[in-house]
Write a protein that binds this ligand. Sequence first.
Ligand SMILES: *Cc1c(COP(=O)(O)O)cnc(C)c1O
Length: 345
Amino acid sequence: MPSPAELTVDLSALAANFRTLEAVGGAPVHPVLKADSYGLGAVACAGRLMTEGARTFFVARASEGEALRTALGPEPAIYVLDGCAAGRAGRLRAARLRPVINTAVQLSDWREAGGGPCGLQVDTGMNRLGFRPEAAPEPFEGLELVLSHLACADDPAEPMNARQRDAFAAAAQRYPGAVRSFANSGGVFLGRGYAFDALRPGICLYGGGPEGRPDPRIRPVATLTAEVLQVRDVPAGETVGYSRTFTAGRPTRIATCAAGYADGVLRSYSPAGRAFVAGELRPIVGRVSMDACAVDVTGLDVAVGDRIELFGANRPIDDAASAAGTIAYELLSAITGRVPRVYRD
Ligand SMILES: *Cc1c(COP(=O)(O)O)cnc(C)c1O
């Protein structure tokens, strides 16, 4: 029996998106599995992606890399985007993780700990992590991959994209033996000139569009559903939920559903949010509470035990995200540990 709130993960769709990204970009995909694969479960996603041929992964934190190393065994290369800050070099080496070196201090720490295969990040304008091109180190022993990250890849019209690409191409020339990785999901769709040697997508693997809206080339992967706990008829003029933010303008049938902010259904899912129920998209009304939200199901045939869909095939995650004033990345990584992940092939 399904749990009150449940996240279904379609691994075939994940695999299809992996193949689409390789075909569009024309280069191998090195999947980004950070934040537990954007909430979908990194071990299950990595396992399926390895079946598709992936052998190099990226995570953000050393702890994420350690968990994957234990689950996946010795074969895949796992890069840690944080690098090897503050005494973490020994830990990374113990799990055979590869830091993405972002600073001169990280580089000397890595060497002091014994070094080994690693990456290097050059910052080409985002001003987040990595060396400025003019401060990037000389080529060194163990350097296998050089990367940079686009700041505006979800906007193909943004002139900064080409400036970053050119800056990266110039910087990477200093490291002739290293694999060059530049494009995240959005970058894959900017054209082959952005692909370099290895693609580094996250969100498009997990079903989000490259430009923050649904894209027919990307299949939905994650579906969040919740059970209807109670159906009630609210007379006109009465209010629903905390702080009475919704007033029934007419006799209204309300389904109280088992999905609240403690499941990752953000409070901002209302007032503009919608849920798919009994074949229709219906408004989420009133405040989302910790364990429940209310959906207007007036005129629909909805009973206790039925399920609503917060996002999935019938409610694109990008649409759910924009209605909540956010992006698919945040909706997915907000899903809490209380919600079981159920995998389908
Ligand atoms: C998160 C991240 C990615 C993946 O980005 P998407 O937009 O999800 O494809 C790639 N590279 C770096 C450095 C990242 O931080």
